[in-house]
Design a protein around this ligand. Structure first.
Ligand code: LLP
Length: 421
């Protein structure tokens, strides 16, 4: 459920007509709903009630500091994957004890930054990383709390590019070698083992792969305890999918996911962490764009928008589907005709949808890409020297620009012409 609904024939973000925001900030722009973000965070928090837990928002999905502040104020932790994300989380007022650090390539600088700034735990992904972390922590006179991310060799049955838990994927340590690596970790001076981490992929639409992975984590917890390790925390990753096409079967609910967690690892007396990104932010955002031209091609019609692949990369990168709807509600019974929805960037991959049935649209009309809150703005680039799209946050009847559109000057002045040119 989200808070982008037609009211009086106009698509609204909560109580604000999106067309009104388009007048104020121009197009394209991302718009997020505070109510949807709040609701989706709360669904996870409720799903884990009765267990000691922390919901750590995977901020790679949406990293605007205002959004982080909103979620942080609700009690969320965050999952970060870089020094930059850590800095953003801290700028949003999220304390170190609610920040977990994931990722296969943490640098020594990032380790030092986050150890000194305060961190809940590192999700370590390899033996060399373990050694580096121990060195850095010891050098600072600190001890790094860690989980080891295990690779359970479970197929998440999702898009090839976002499956992370199979043995051929670069993530985690092979679960079969986990006991040996835990023994090594426990012997390192700068390391304190506290738990186990697993994350098998993104946009999962079935609970079965989670169940397979969590069952393996439960077994490993018992084995590691028998080996003498104190396992007090399980980080179960993110990955629960969202409905992208309105007519799709709905993926499992957070409450079903919570029940699965209770069933598989609930009796281990561990603190539970989860790292959902997409399910919190995905349907909490839209990308609003304007039709520039309607072009008749050879047997097809192109709807040319002012948003492009640099603003919303998912269709070009994963062939992802995003519903595209006009801001003015189409009258009932109006005929829909297939169009190719494209952007102005100079490559054919800049195509959002092919032969998509759409109601009649003309230059100047506004449309919204739904489900664009996750992996939308964060994956945007300035390709074709198109300035990054602004972001707007709505709460009830008010809205605020939470990232302004850079001017051409802002964009150009980052480049430096050396004095010898
Ligand atoms: N935890 C870790 C360690 C992750 O790598 C990810 C996502 C998450 C949590 C959050 O997963 P979520 O709940 O959002 O599925 N750009 C792609 C998605 C990449 C996901 C990367 N890792 C897309 O647009 O579909």
């Amino acid at each position: 459920m989200d808070h982008f609904l037609y009211r009086d024939g106009q698509l609204h973000a909560e109580d604000v007509p999106l067309a009104q925001i388009a007048d104020q900030v121009g197009t394209p722009f991302y718009c997020y709903s505070s109510a949807t973000l709040t609701r989706h965070f709360q669904l996870f928090d409720d799903a884990l009630q009765g267990m000691d837990h922390l919901v750590c928002f995977a901020m790679k999905s949406l990293s605007n500091v205002a959004v982080l502040k909103l979620l942080g104020d609700l009690g969320a932790g965050v999952d970060v994957v870089s020094g930059g994300e850590y800095a953003r989380a801290r700028a949003a007022g999220i304390p170190g004890e609610r920040i977990v650090f994931s990722g296969v390539g943490k640098t020594r600088d990032e380790m030092a930054q986050t150890l000194s700034g305060g961190i809940r735990q590192f999700n370590v992904e390899s033996e060399p990383e373990l050694q580096a972390l121990s060195d850095v922590a010891s050098g600072l006179g600190l001890t790094a709390p860690i989980t080891l991310r295990v690779n359970p060799d479970v197929d998440a049955q999702t898009h090839e590019k976002i499956a992370t838990g199979r043995k051929e994927d670069k993530f985690g340590v092979p679960i079969a070698r986990a006991r040996e690596i835990y023994a090594h970790a426990a012997a390192l001076p700068g390391i304190k083992v506290i738990g186990i981490d697993v994350h098998i992929g993104s946009q999962l639409t079935s609970l079965d792969p989670f169940e397979a992975a969590y069952a393996k984590v439960a077994d490993l917890t018992r084995q590691l305890r028998a080996d003498g390790h104190e396992i007090t925390r399980l980080d179960l990753g993110g990955g629960l999918g969202i409905p992208y096409a309105r007519d799709n079967l709905a993926p499992p609910l957070p409450s079903d996911y919570g029940d699965l967690i209770r069933r598989t690892v609930g009796d281990l007396d561990c603190e539970i962490e989860i790292e959902p990104g997409r399910l919190i932010s995905g349907n909490a955002g839209v990308l609003v764009s304007r039709v520039i031209y309607v072009k008749e091609g050879e047997g097809r019609t192109f709807l040319i928008l002012d948003a492009a692949m640099n603003d919303l990369l998912r269709p070009a990168m994963y062939g992802a589907h995003h519903d595209v709807v006009p801001l003015v509600e189409p009258p009932a019974g109006i005929p829909y005709a297939p169009v190719d929805i494209v952007g102005p960037v100079c490559e054919s991959g800049d195509t959002f949808a092919k032969a998509r049935p759409m109601p009649p649209l003309k230059p100047g009309d506004l449309v919204a890409f739904r489900s664009a809150g996750a992996y939308g703005a964060v994956m945007a680039s300035e390709y074709n020297s198109r300035p990054l799209v602004p972001e707007v946050l709505v709460q009830a009847d008010h809205s605020a620009v939470i990232r302004a559109r850079p001017t051409f000057d802002d964009m150009i002045k980052r480049d430096i012409i050396p004095d010898w040119l």
